[in-house]
Design a binder for this molecule. Structure first.
Ligand SMILES: [Zn+2]
Length: 145
C-alpha cells in the first residue's frame, strides 16, 4: 500500500546494522593445533556412514571439509533440533565449507537447520555459548569489509 514508507524503514534498518561491529565466526583450525586437539577426529564423527567406510587413515582437514560439504551434510538428519547447539554450529560450518558467518546469519541458518528453533539461536545466546566454547574451536575473526 505505501511502498515509500516501506523503503524508508528498510533503509533505517540497514543503517543501524552496518554501524555495529559485527565480527564473523568460523572454525579456527589453528586453535586445534594450539590446544593439542584433533580437528580431524571431531570432523570424522560427522561423516555419513558411507564416507566413514570410504575414508580411513589420515584425512586432511581440507578433504574432510569438502567431503562433508558435498556429501555428508546433505544426508537427512545431519543437524537436528536434538543436537546440542554448539555441535549444531560446528556441523553448520562443516556444511558450508567453513565460511565465516556473523551471529545474526549464523542464528538464522541454525534455526532453519534445527526446524525453526529460534529461542536458542538468538545472537545473544549464541554469543554467550561461543565465548565459552573450549571444544569445537569456533572463534571470532575480524573481517575488514
Ligand atoms: Zn558422506
Amino acid at each position: 500500500m505505501r511502498p515509500k514508507l516501506f523503503k524508508a524503514s528498510n533503509f533505517v534498518d540497514e543503517d543501524i546494522t552496518t554501524e555495529q561491529v559485527r565480527p564473523d565466526w568460523l572454525i579456527d583450525l589453528d586453535w586445534f593445533q594450539q590446544n593439542n586437539r584433533s580437528f580431524s577426529a571431531l570432523a570424522q564423527s560427522c561423516l555419513c556412514p558411507k564416507c566413514r567406510e570410504r575414508l580411513t587413515g589420515e584425512i586432511s582437514a581440507a578433504d574432510l571439509l569438502s567431503t562433508i560439504k558435498d556429501c555428508c551434510s546433505k544426508e537427512p538428519g545431519f543437524i537436528t533440533g536434538g543436537l546440542p547447539i554448539l555441535e549444531s554450529i560446528f556441523r553448520l560450518f562443516l556444511a558450508n565449507g567453513n565460511q565465516p558467518l556473523n551471529l545474526e546469519e549464523l542464528g538464522k541458518q541454525l534455526s532453519q537447520w534445527r526446524g525453526g528453533d529460534t529461542y536458542r539461536t538468538s545472537a545473544e545466546i549464541l554469543s554467550r555459548l561461543l565465548q565459552r566454547d573450549q571444544y569445537y574451536g569456533i572463534r571470532q575473526v575480524q573481517t575488514n569489509t
